[in-house]
Every structure is written in structure tokens, then in C-alpha cells.
Design a protein around this ligand. Sequence first.
Ligand SMILES: Nc1ncnc2c1ncn2[C@@H]1O[C@H](COP(=O)(O)OP(=O)(O)OP(=O)(O)O)[C@@H](O)[C@H]1O
Ligand SMILES: [Mg+2]
Length: 351
Amino acid sequence: MSRERRIPTGIAGLDRVIEGGVRDNTTLLVVGSSGTGKSTFAMQYLNYGLEHGENGLYISMEEPPEQIMREAKMLGFNLDKYYEKELFFFHSKGKDFVKLVDEQLPALVEMNKNFSVKTRVVIDPLTPLTWAIQDKQEQREVITKLFYTLKQLGPVLITTEEHAAPGETIGEDVLIPIYMSDGAVHLTYRPIGGAFNRALEIIKMRATRHGEEVYPYIFVRGIGVVVRTTPLVSAEDMRKYDDLFNKAIRTAADLGANETVLERLAYVKENWSYPFSPKETLQIFFESQGLTDALTKDEIARRKEESMPSDIQLDLKELSIKVPLESVVAEPEEEGLIEIDNLRDLEEMLQ
Ligand SMILES: Nc1ncnc2c1ncn2[C@@H]1O[C@H](COP(=O)(O)OP(=O)(O)OP(=O)(O)O)[C@@H](O)[C@H]1O
Ligand SMILES: [Mg+2]
């Protein structure tokens, strides 16, 4: 199982806490009330792609391209130079988006099929579309089709305006787009003064181990948004628990865990990225797999037999099964060791 390639969003600081970026052909939704910085996010994202050899498609339902590029320039992004060469606009007014979703975009995807350059897509904002369709079922269908079509071009960023009622954390009108997206971030603005009144939270990010904090962000002309994050784990930290994992894998094998479980543990080892010990997680996992000291010798032998290829099973029967003990017995003084109670009993049983 190899890791999927990540595409940097170009939003300074965000990529650090989403495993390096978004996955290709996925949607990322940026939710925030008016003035939180959604358009800045969108331009920064698009600009990064353009500066790195990708094409860009900007779908706007309100502002015309000239106005968008003017605003981008004020933030320090010169989109003009890409205009109609690498950067294309769809400006769909009023009810036009039905035609956009049903005809124009699928035609564009078809045209792009054999085109090797990736297209980064932005919809800023999606709001007019969701407001124009009152019926929730129809809204869901149109959004599903829109997202499905655009994802074929490349990674998609969509912004949507929220109108949360007092006490709500996220307004009802954005629940469908959040549900339909692969990832979603929430921007909030609390005008209390000072440098930390804007904050970003990651609502979800499918197939990604993402940061779970509330991250302050600031606007910087020439960069756009800078999200103040700290990287999730250092490369050094990643390897800190290898010994513990190795021990856990040996213990699991000695308790008769099958190949799939052992492979899974090895995968967890490679991907563990929390700054804390995996000991408790492993204990819970072991228990969920029935790998406990309550296992009898016969049960362990049966499991081992079951998980072995048939030709090896024969040999083992002849040899009368002998489970190596050194790894079943925990070394008590070591930090983070998996504690399997009454290991002495188990040892006796196995002998
Ligand atoms: N350089 C800057 N310094 C301070 N604040 C800035 C800067 N650039 C942008 N802003 C703030 O960001 C706000 C607008 O950002 P942006 O247009 O990206 O937000 P938005 O969420 O798209 O808003 P809307 O709902 O109007 O579309 C501005 O109103 C301003 O408060
Ligand atoms: Mg905007």
C-alpha cells in the first residue's frame, strides 16, 4: 500500500497539516461567512497551480473575470499573464448554471480527456447555485453532478458562504456541499481585535490524517493567506515508536494473528504520526482482534495453522508446534511495552 501523491494547495501552512496537500481528483470546500477570505484562498490556490505549470479554470457565478483579476492583483497575484492561455473562466449568471452543469462542463471534460496538463479548478462561490435550488434533493443531484464532472479535470476547490444562525457552528445551507466534498475547511472571523481573530479548522479530509487544532491565519499581500500551523510530526518522531511496533508485531505473531493482521500492524507502524505512544491504541486493537492472554495453547496453534499456507501446515504438524517465547514475554522495564497480563501463565501453557 503506497501513499497517494499529494498536490500542494499553495495555501501557506495548510499543506503541513493535511499530509502535504490534497489528493488529485478530489474536492476541497472552503466554508466561511462573508469577508473571511474565501476568495483569497481560491486565488492563492489557483495561482500556485499556474505558477507550477498547471492550467486553471475559474468558475464564477457573480463577478466577471476582469473584476476577479483586478481583486487578485490587489492581493499580489498577477493572473492577467495567464488569462486565456493557461487560465480560463466560466462566468455563469443567474440560471445559466443548469446549462453549465448539464452541458458546458461535461463538454469541457470530454475535450480535456487526452490533454496531459492538469487543470486546477475553482468555484468561487458556489452559494448562488445552492440558493437558487430550493429543493434539497435537486440541490444534492446538481452538486453531485457538478463535483463529479469537475473532479475529472484535477483537484477542485469550492468556496461557499455560510449563514450560521446564533448558536450554530455551521449553517444548515452548507451541510449538503460539505457532505458531498472530499475535504472541507471552515474559516471563522471573530472581530475582537488583535492578530488572532481569524481562524481555520479542518472539518474533514477524506483518507488523510489531518491536524485537528484551531489555526489562526493572517492575510499577507504577495502571499495571500498564511495559516499558522506547526507540522504534525517530525521525521524523527515518526520513527520513535518503531521498537514498540516491532515488539507488538512479534507478540501478535506469537499469539497466532493471521498475515492480514500482521500486515496491518506493519502499515500502522509506517503511518503512525501522532506525537504520543501507540501503546494504548495497540492494546485496544489487540483486544479487538481477540489477541489476549486468555488464548489457550490450542487456540494459538489452531490460529497459526489457519494462517499458514497448507504445505507449511503439514511440516508443523510433524514437528509438533513450538511457539518462540522470547517475544511473548514482555520486558517489563521498557517504556511503552504492550502489557499482556499474566504472561507467566501463558509461558507455562506454551511450554
Ligand atoms: N492585506 C490584508 N490585510 C488585512 N485584511 C485583509 C487583507 N486582504 C484581505 N483582507 C480581509 O479579507 C477580506 C476579504 O477577503 P476575501 O474577499 O477573500 O473574503 P471572502 O470570504 O471571499 O468575502 P466575500 O464573502 O465578500 O466573497 C477583506 O474584507 C479584508 O477584511
Ligand atoms: Mg469572495
